[in-house]
Design a protein around this ligand. Structure first.
Ligand SMILES: Nc1ncnc2c1ncn2[C@@H]1O[C@H](COP(=O)(O)OP(=O)(O)OP(=O)(O)O)[C@@H](O)[C@H]1O
Ligand SMILES: O=P(O)(O)OC[C@H]1O[C@H](OP(=O)(O)OP(=O)(O)O)[C@H](O)[C@@H]1O
Ligand SMILES: [Mg+2]
Length: 299
């Protein structure tokens, strides 16, 4: 049973977003008692319950206020919003944070031998998709009439099966398109996973818990994007070395035992340190260059 006093978070049960969603919540300190087949998972150390469902259901659950938070791909969220705009059902939610996983794009693709010159080439043709709302919005904007063929899966086989002339489907590496003899011709929507919240006012305790989780999500993502860099550098080259270090933080400069002409430099960088920069640092006389991952961060 879902307890209304506890914070309810909907995540995908099994699919492309499940593992990253669970790991994100775990990294935020939630101890989740997960059983593979269970719809509901209780959190042991915070008043939080996870609802594990098909991703298509998550926007509606949040918009209807059945759950408080949800982690969902922007593509599915946008599709549900467009659908609800037509039926005038409530479609409100609050975007809390764009996340660093689930990156993909919704694209138009046609058979390899199709002479594609722009959306106009699809005039009056049939396009197979699981995203009729986003597709229609794009084609209407381009002013091109078309017919659609709604498929919930295996969209990429539609042209070969004679069901459609083109497709509009999710692409990441492009391997699925290639395997089906299709070429990507137009990106119509770029998507990432997002953390969303139901609209309306929450009681004080729940709101405080949401704020706490959001701050931790931000900390987890910031830590994942950051590196701790340590190196030894000749004092004479200090300014040049510091100029090469990426990121905005001011470095810490520390003396090294037994020498006066070399120092240690430590810096938290908001970017990775590329091999090219490491090589340039080395040319300036830097040594013992270490790039370390950061587990947690709170500013
Ligand atoms: N190839 C991909 N790479 C990265 N992210 C993707 C990829 N394909 C899809 N996604 C993102 O992950 C979400 C879930 O994809 P998945 O294929 O697991 O959905 P599904 O088959 O509809 O799952 P469900 O059974 O929950 O309905 C997509 O809506 C999209 O936001
Ligand atoms: O460009 P690619 O890297 O090949 O990825 C694209 C494929 O990934 C997704 O499907 P998924 O593998 O999640 O399977 P499903 O849609 O059948 O669940 C998407 O629906 C595409 O078919
Ligand atoms: Mg789905």
């Amino acid at each position: 049973m879902l307890d209304k006093k506890r914070l309810r978070i909907a995540i995908q049960k099994s699919g492309r977003l499940s593992k990253d969603s669970q790991e994100m919540l775990k990294a935020c300190g939630l101890k989740i008692n997960m059983r593979e087949q269970r719809l509901i998972a209780h959190c042991e150390n915070m008043p939080v319950d996870l609802l594990r469902v098909r991703d298509d259901d998550i926007p509606g659950l949040v918009m209807d206020g059945v759950v408080d938070l949800g982690i969902i791909g922007e593509n599915v969220l946008e599709e549900e919003s467009l659908l609800r705009a037509q039926t005038e059902d409530p479609a409100q939610f609050e975007l809390l944070k764009r996340l660093d996983f689930g990156g993909c794009r919704l694209s138009l693709a046609v058979p390899e031998d199709f002479d594609y010159q722009g959306p106009e080439s699809l005039r009056d043709l049939r396009i197979a998709t699981s995203y009729p709302g986003i597709l229609k919005a794009f084609m209407d904007k381009a002013g091109v009439p078309f017919s659609s063929c709604m498929l919930n899966g295996s969209v990429e086989v539609a042209p070969r099966a004679g069901l459609a002339d083109a497709i509009c489907d999710l692409v990441s590496t492009g391997a699925t398109l290639e395997a089906n003899g299709l070429k990507e011709t137009e990106v119509i929507y770029k998507s990432k996973a997002v953390l969303i919240k139901a609209a309306g006012k929450f009681d004080e305790e729940k709101q405080a818990l949401i704020n706490k989780i959001l701050t931790r999500v931000q900390g987890v993502q910031q830590a994942r994007e950051s590196k701790y860099i340590m190196l030894h550098a000749p004092k004479a080259q200090l300014n040049k070395v510091i100029d090469l270090m990426p990121g905005s933080e001011k470095p810490t400069v520390l003396p090294l035992a037994g020498t006066t002409d070399t120092v240690a430099i430590h810096v938290v960088s908001t970017e990775n340190l590329f091999w090219e920069t490491m090589e340039e640092l080395k040319e300036l006389g830097a040594s013992s260059i270490l790039v370390l991952p950061i587990e947690k961060m709170l500013e």
